[in-house]
Design a protein around this ligand. Structure first.
Ligand SMILES: *Cc1c(COP(=O)(O)O)cnc(C)c1O
Length: 383
């Protein structure tokens, strides 16, 4: 709970959707406005602030304003997906520029970066999550972006955001943080000097596995880069539709209780399986054994997130057998929903995956923790 300085705590702001009725009708939630186009008067001036839905979705503004507040930023933009949000950032670069990114990250984004950068003659170095490795890979004058994800898929490595920002800024580069897993409940990258925060809003921000969306947030909406990002969304047609934006806002109203509960469940599961005979390693930044624990303790508030991975002592066969026996954890990819999911990550990522084939990735939901532990226990008992 926040100490009382007179301002509502973020959980309060989120619960109210940051919305105050401005239409005078007393609505406690914002309306959905599906119009694609907006009228002009007889003098041909626009009747309202909007011209065309692809430029700026009116129904997305309440969710954008709420996310900007929760991240401590000044402007947020919603996109049609997390990938569309990431692409809008990367497409601000030009041939000859250079990106330093973390090797351990959401595989779909890493694969797209490798392909896009190769085709557009943008240099790309994929490195370890330590700030020293990020710093060493920066090519002064060429590196425009440092891209990190923390905690990062699927080993939940922790990047020291403040140190990564210092490394980027010392050489005139910008730091983008994919904060999908941390959510603003646990980490506010802008307060640690990141330039842009990225979210796959398809995950915990929405929280109900029923919307695909992405978001970017900045503290510097006047910067050239942000102006270009805004143009990329508008001209590239990457906006979020009004119904998805409305659903996303509804999901975000319960962000705090969902994420707090899911993180607490994940912490209990991690503690239960640390040292378990069938489990070779539990990867969770909340455990002291995790290499990122010290930085995570400094950088994350109120928990370490709802994602963890288990490396099975019995290898690939045991991992697949456990997945097959789960009754409460559902066998599906993705993360951040209220329902717990389990996946054999190497199978999902395919033949080129660097993920060890004994690894199970768990997205922990808001179910009863004892039920989740019992489900994994019974699944492991037979392997
Ligand atoms: C899912 C995900 C993405 C991609 O987002 P989409 O909404 O699926 O396009 C990017 N980063 C992370 C960490 C993710 O989990």
């Amino acid at each position: 709970m926040a100490e009382h300085d007179g301002l509502p705590a973020p959980a309060t702001t989120a619960a109210h959707a940051g919305f105050a009725d401005t239409g005078g009708a007393g609505d406690v939630v914002p309306p959905i406005r599906p119009a694609t186009t907006f009228t002009r008067g007889t003098d041909y001036a626009l009747d309202g602030p909007d011209e065309y839905q692809r430029d700026d979705t009116p129904s997305a503004r309440p969710a954008e304003a709420l996310l900007a507040r929760l991240e401590g930023g000044r402007e947020a933009l919603l996109f049609a997906s997390g990938m569309a949000a990431a692409a809008a950032v990367v497409q601000t670069l030009r041939p000859g520029d250079h990106i330093v990114a973390q090797r351990a990250m959401y595989w779909g984004l890493r694969a797209w970066l490798e392909d896009f950068c190769a085709r557009w003659q943008i240099g790309l170095d994929l490195v370890a999550p330590e700030a020293a490795a990020l710093r060493a890979a920066i090519r002064p004058g060429r590196t425009k972006l440092v891209w990190v994800e923390t905690p990062s898929n699927p080993t939940w490595d922790i990047v020291d955001i403040a140190a990564a920002a210092a490394a980027a800024h010392d050489h005139g580069a910008r730091l983008v943080v994919d904060s999908t897993v941390a959510t603003p409940v646990h980490t506010q990258p802008l307060a640690l000097d990141a330039d842009v925060v990225m979210h796959s809003a398809s995950k915990a921000l929405n929280g109900h596995s029923d919307v695909v969306a992405g978001a970017l947030v900045t503290a510097e909406p006047e910067s050239d880069v942000w102006r270009q990002i805004r143009a990329n969304r508008k001209e590239g047609g990457a906006i979020l539709g009004p119904f998805e934006a409305w659903l996303l806002l509804r999901g975000m109203r319960t962000l705090f209780p969902r994420v707090e509960r899911a993180s607490d469940n994940a912490r209990r599961i991690a503690a239960h399986f640390a040292g378990h005979t069938k489990v070779a390693a539990v990867l969770y930044p909340g455990l002291e054994s995790h290499p990122g624990h010290a930085v995570a303790t400094r950088q994350m508030r109120g928990g370490f997130g709802s994602m963890l991975s288990l490396r099975m002592a019995g290898g690939r066969g045991a991992a697949l057998a456990v997945v097959g026996r789960c009754r409460i954890f559902q066998r599906a990819t993705s993360l951040g929903g209220v329902e717990s999911l389990i996946e054999h990550r190497a199978t999902i990522e395919g033949a080129d995956s660097p993920v060890p084939d004994d690894l199970l990735r768990l997205s922990v939901g808001i179910e009863d923790a004892a039920d989740l532990i019992a489900d994994l226990d019974q699944a492991m008992a037979a392997v």
